[in-house]
Design a protein around this ligand. Structure first.
Ligand code: SF4
Ligand code: SF4
Length: 274
């Protein structure tokens, strides 16, 4: 018996297949993150996240789990809509189309609730450590990003409850919570998104120390703490502002930037100010 390198070949193949792309909008799944400066760098395409094959497979596994959750709920006679009439996930948008996200689904006829009460569905996978912490502290404390995401989805759909279903990837144990809509929380999150989207310079650092926990694992550490220039595009240029209907406006050329030009930038490019 000998070791075989095919596992490594799979990861390399997954990496080649995955074309790392920036998201055009600021995602609701990120808005609960603590550092506004990090959100600003993400939204302004300061650097492309580089994921290893293992991480990409891990994300894919999370996506695959969603259909299993839907199946379990349907076995309990819950009426689940995981896509709209166009066959696509339900999307919500705000702040001129620059902020939004896709719901795992909506449902009614949920056990122990009024059968006519519609809820937002959110499905997540966790490793054993994260899952046990979630069970102990519950989603609002253990996974603030997930909590924030559901508040935004409830706010933008008008639904007042969200059903959170989580699985422990190590042993398939399940955990479920019903999250109540909190108007104040959702409004604060939307204000945060608006601040990030319309910021004219990088927001304050969460810490001045690159050794701080959030900074240590941040994709933008070099840009943020060490002055490395961001990736060039109109999004990372100091002359750009977010416009209506998810468009971008250049203050230098005084015009709307064509969509296919945004990733390029022109010779008058100047990187975003600190
Ligand atoms: S390095 Fe730290 S302060 Fe800078 S963006 Fe990342 S988390 Fe925020
Ligand atoms: S067109 Fe040029 S100056 Fe205007 S935002 Fe893009 S890179 Fe900056």
């Amino acid at each position: 018996m000998s070791l075989h390198p095919i596992a490594e070949y799979i990861d390399r193949a997954v990496e080649q297949l995955h074309i790392s792309k920036h998201r055009s909008h600021l995602g609701a799944s990120l808005i609960g993150r603590p550092c506004e400066r990090q959100l600003y760098y993400i939204f302004r395409w300061a650097a492309k996240p580089q994921f290893k094959g293992r991480m990409l497979r891990l994300f894919d596994r999370g996506n695959k789990e969603e259909s299993a959750f839907v199946q379990y709920l349907r076995q309990l006679s819950v009426v689940v809509h995981d896509t709209g009439p166009d066959g696509k996930q339900f999307r919500v948008e705000a702040i001129d189309g620059h902020f939004g996200g896709s719901l795992d689904g909506v449902a009614h006829n949920v056990p122990d609730l009024d059968p006519n009460e519609w809820v937002v569905l959110e499905f997540k996978t966790h490793n054993a450590k994260g899952f046990n912490y979630l069970k102990e502290k519950h989603v609002q404390k253990a996974k603030i990003e997930h909590f924030a995401q559901m508040q935004i989805y409830m706010h933008l759909t008008g639904l007042k409850k969200a059903l959170y279903l989580a699985v422990n990837k190590d042993n398939d144990e399940l955990h479920s919570e019903l999250i109540e809509y909190d108007f104040t929380e959702a409004e604060q999150l939307l204000d945060k998104a608006a601040r990030v989207i319309h910021a004219r310079q990088a927001p304050r650092r969460i810490s001045e120390s690159p050794a701080f926990f959030e900074c240590k694992y941040c994709d933008f550490k070099n840009i943020c703490h060490w002055g490395v220039e961001p990736e060039k595009s109109c999004r990372s240029c100091r002359h750009v502002v977010a416009g209506p209907n998810a468009t971008w406006f250049c203050n230098k050329h005084q015009g709307r930037i064509p969509d296919d030009f945004i990733s390029l930038g022109c010779s008058l490019y100047e990187p975003i100010a600190d």
